[in-house]
Design a binder for this molecule. Sequence first.
Ligand SMILES: Nc1ncnc2c1ncn2[C@@H]1O[C@H](COP(=O)(O)OP(=O)(O)OP(=O)(O)O)[C@@H](O)[C@H]1O
Ligand SMILES: [Mg+2]
Length: 383
Amino acid sequence: MSEIDRELELLKKMLSNDDIEEIWINGPGLPVFIWHRKRGMINTGYKLSRDAIITFAKSVANMSGRPLSEETPLLDASLRTGDRVAIALPPVSPRGPSITIRKFRRKLYSIVELIENGTINDLVGGFLWVAVEGLRVRPLNTLIIGGTASGKTTLLNAICTFIPSNERVITIEDTRELNLSFIPNWEPLEAKPSYTGERGVTMDDLLRHALRKRPNRVIVGEVRGSEATTLLQAMNIGHLGSMGTLHANSAKDAITRLTSPPMSVPFEMIGVLDLIVCLRVWFTRGGTIIRRVSEIYAVGGLGEKKPTMDPIFKYDFTSDKIVMEAYPYLAYEKIAEVLLISPKEIEKEVERRASILRNMVKSGIRSVVDTRRIFERYYEENI
Ligand SMILES: Nc1ncnc2c1ncn2[C@@H]1O[C@H](COP(=O)(O)OP(=O)(O)OP(=O)(O)O)[C@@H](O)[C@H]1O
Ligand SMILES: [Mg+2]
């Protein structure tokens, strides 16, 4: 085995280690850093040669069919595994060729696992189950917000397991992360960055394209630009139960970001959203990370300058419990009025589903496949 092969073998090992989330190669002869799922940033002490880095970079460029040279020194590409590679060559990277690899997490969290680790509780689970499925008639339009790595995409993917199998779902992302392979009629779309002389495909382009393909709902991985307005328009014209994540530290911050450039959503459209779910991260003294749904708001007031935002669930740090802050009348009413039933009936349904989730926790039914089977059976028998 040559020296280069040995170095590449080492890189392969890091790529297949599921505890490693990110790999940072800053340049030849410099220590390789990683981000470890449980331990955070680690200096591995390994150093790679220029030849090894270039060999790897070239293989990525070849596979992606995109140029990589001194003239086009930046390259973003996905590996077949979904792992994302960002390459920079000199002169933009003066310490020599550098590579960052963000690994695609193969393991999805199920709703039951998020209950088990305290991200939500069974009542919030039952609530989100009813909200996302909407008793077949009125799924709620939901935005998941939070800071960097607060678990937005993870929660979004987990609540998508509530989507019934007879729906057509299109996901739109900058970087492929969502995995809805449990939905038979799922079409993922991924934006294409623009290169010199070539126009890319933006998230907004994709969203407009998606709306011509008769989806029941569209799911936008991370809302950042002009696609925000298109997403809210989609919700408004009947793609109910559409969802997305947004980087924001509070619901108020989310509205400000949505209505300011580059997103520039007209104020009167905010009320087309039904729910805002906020995530937050806390670091304990022992150095462990806890992720919790910190608040859930019901949104209303479509067409008004001042949309209403009622807090319905709130996380209390001292007791480590998520409690119902106010009766979710607005959210229940939106579903109940279509069915000509009382909001009380929706409340009962939320409690019934919360108890099913509780039983799943007790009996250890926790994989995405197994939880999904239970949800499907429930729809067959009850809806
Ligand atoms: N509820 C959770 N419990 C335990 N780990 C989680 C949870 N949510 C996310 N994680 C882990 O935290 C990391 C970041 O999660 P995720 O990508 O979902 O966050 P995000 O808020 O979407 O991040 P970004 O700001 O990059 O979009 C992942 O490694 C994921 O496995
Ligand atoms: Mg995300």
